[in-house]
Design a binder for this molecule. Structure first.
Ligand code: PGA
Length: 251
């Protein structure tokens, strides 16, 4: 059995005061024991979040890391080794906002994935198609290319210590959600692509769904056989809503 994971991607939101407020809410949540819960604050607030969540079983992760695993001369970047030092457990790689706004390539994403693992972090690899790609019938092609880029560089075994998040770009922050069936189709394809090379790794691989997940649609999405939890953006900024989503993953 795969243990569901619900990760809150705070994106570029927060101030010291609002982070403190959000953590206060998170600390009060009754979280289901069978679900792994994580939050991914902006780097600036990692230490604060680690400190203020102390003793609560919520893991902390980052939203990005450098292609270079170790600290060094690379202005403005944060190394995976530094994230590990800050007690991060997870790091997102290849979020669509970074691929699209900052032009991150599949190759850079693969290097970040490798950097993260080499420092003991679990990468959460984000994949997903744009609306244009979906309408052109290219969804599975795009997702398989994004996943394949990492498999090609690092081998499928790398996914024994990683998570994949399927996030259709058209569903992120738009209020549009993939139907459970649409999501399941892509999740199954992701698992099949991994299974083609290693069935055991595929069986253990957690594939999260992301894109306008709310308490109201989480139960249905998480009920699909290949959906192992969620990557939650907007709704993770509200502790009660996030808690309800975590509980949905425990059902
Ligand atoms: P959303 O974002 O839940 O606000 O759509 C999800 C994400 O981008 O990770």
């Amino acid at each position: 059995m795969r243990r569901p994971l619900v990760a809150g991607n705070w994106k570029m939101h927060g101030t010291r005061a609002s982070v403190a407020e959000l953590i206060k809410g998170l600390r009060q949540l009754a979280l289901p024991a069978g679900v792994e819960v994580a939050v991914l604050p902006p780097c600036l607030y990692l230490q604060q979040v680690v400190h203020e969540l102390h003793g609560k079983s919520i893991a902390v992760g980052a939203q990005n890391c450098s292609v270079e695993p170790m600290q060094g001369a690379l202005t403005g970047e944060v190394a995976a080794s530094q994230l590990h030092d800050a007690e991060c457990v997870f790091v997102l790689v290849g979020h669509s906002e970074r691929r699209m706004v900052l032009g991150e390539t599949d190759q850079q994403v693969a290097r970040k994935f490798e950097a993260a693992q080499s420092c003991g972090l679990q990468p959460i690899l984000c994949v997903g198609e744009t609306l244009q790609e979906r309408e052109a019938g290219e969804t599975l092609l795009v997702v398989s290319r994004q996943l394949g880029a990492v498999i090609e560089e690092l081998g499928v075994g790398a996914f024994a210590r990683a998570v994949v998040a399927y996030e259709p770009v058209w569903a992120i922050g738009t209020g549009l959600t993939a139907t459970p069936q649409q999501a399941q189709e892509v999740h199954a394809a992701i698992r099949a692509q991994v299974a083609a090379e290693n069935a055991e790794v595929a069986r253990g691989l957690r594939v999260l769904y992301g894109g306008s997940v709310k308490a109201a649609n989480a139960v249905e999405l998480f009920g699909m056989s290949d959906i192992d939890g969620g990557l939650i953006g907007g709704a993770s900024l509200n502790a009660d809503e996030f808690g309800a989503i975590c509980r949905a993953a425990g059902n």
